[in-house]
Write a protein that binds this ligand. Structure first.
Ligand code: HEC
Length: 101
């Protein structure tokens, strides 16, 4: 009995780790489209806004405002249109976890 419960916990942990790795991979793939302007880890160069370590709520709100047009933008309103709210969350998590140089 105790043995099977232990196994269950171990399998549970394995599953969570695998699922988390998938989420991270998806987020990294999404973030790759931003790297041309914002850098691979969100440390933009050449005067672009730095995304590394940006507050998650602020990030998601900016993306929604770009999409709706509430925040005027030169290019970001176009980029923001290509993603769902769920993907904004993934991107926000990814960039919030990056270190600002
Ligand atoms: C072609 C260059 C370019 C690409 C690609 C790009 N951005 Fe941007 N980003 C900008 C510019 C320029 C701004 C400033 C607002 C504007 O003028 O559009 C900006 C602003 C932002 C901001 C607001 C930051 C702040 O501090 O106010 C966020 C968040 C953001 N971008 C996220 C992203 C994400 C996420 C992606 C990828 C899905 C992305 N950007 C791709 C150029 C780019």
């Amino acid at each position: 009995m105790i043995m099977s419960r232990t196994l269950l916990v171990v399998f549970g942990m394995l599953f969570c780790t695998a699922a988390q790795a998938e989420v991270d991979k998806h987020a990294r793939n999404l973030a790759a489209s931003c790297s041309a302007c914002h850098g691979t880890d969100g440390n933009s160069e050449g005067g672009m806004p730095v995304l590394a370590a940006l507050d998650k709520v602020l990030f998601v709100n900016q993306m929604k405002d770009f999409k709706s047009g509430a925040r005027p933008a030169t290019v970001m309103h176009q980029h923001a249109k290509g993603y769902t709210d769920e993907e904004y969350e993934l991107l926000a998590d990814f960039f919030a976890a990056q270190k600002r140089h």
